[in-house]
Design a binder for this molecule. Sequence first.
Ligand code: DGY
Length: 320
Amino acid sequence: MKVFISGRIAQSGLTLLKENNIEVIQWKESRQITASELIEACKNVDGLVSVGPNKINADFLNACKHLKVIALHSVGFDNVDVAEAKKLNIPIGNTHGVLSGATADTAFLLMLAVSRKAFYLHKKIIKGQWQNYEPTPELGIELNGKTLGVFGLGNIGLEMAKKCIGAYQMNVIYHNRNQNQEAEKEIGAKYVSFEELLANSDVISVHTSLTEETRNKFDNTAFEQMKPKAIFINTARGGIHNEVDLIAALEQKIIWGAGLDVTNPEPMSADNPLLNMESVAVLPHIGSATEETRSAMANLVAKNIIAGLNREALPSEVAN
Ligand code: DGY
């Protein structure tokens, strides 16, 4: 059996595939593979490990109907036409559950960095603009006892909430499509409407999938309902916030700050005004980028491939 891997994954996953006599063909260029190159690369293989935002759309799936399995090196699957894959009987695996802690760490890091203007002040030192100690300018805001609003209380949102409760005794409110009663019991989170989430949160952290329902959910109308001192954090997908509206909300001081690990488009251009704002921190989509988590992701990817090639249920399969 052969698989094509459209990027670089941790060695542990490659080893597991090889131990199971699966031949690996890997995309080794630093640029992203194009749609036509991906179809060509998948012509003579049995499975695909999709790394990065490859478009696994109807065109790709119909050109590669022979694939026995597609394993995503991500928990997000907004790049996949899941219904079409189901129609063609191609199981889609993802890396559910293994990256929650690392991604929540990234959300927490951004929240704290924004609250103390850390990225902006760090850049001032680099530019030689740190002159002397002064008690009043460029002050941050504290998080102790504030309200965290989680948009999407799944595994990652729950981890973020636990960190915020542990570190700052924050009150947790959340908005989901469905109530998460288990999490309510575990951490005392309170379900609220989207409008209540906007009006009552000091920090809003986004942990939901990108779907037609969540695309551009945080736009001008949403930012205007938030507190003037609110911090907006997004480690999920850049398409969930409207970047033009976010820039305007920050410039007009409608909200206080923003921390983004995901942008729209990616990569963010180096002259984006967000990069020079005081209460903004931006990272290049590193949510799950730790040695431990990337290794766990590669292992789960390999297990999904092995199960799929053996026509068994995938350990982590995208539901549809
Ligand atoms: C994920 O796992 O979805 C990460 O955002 C990487 O795409």
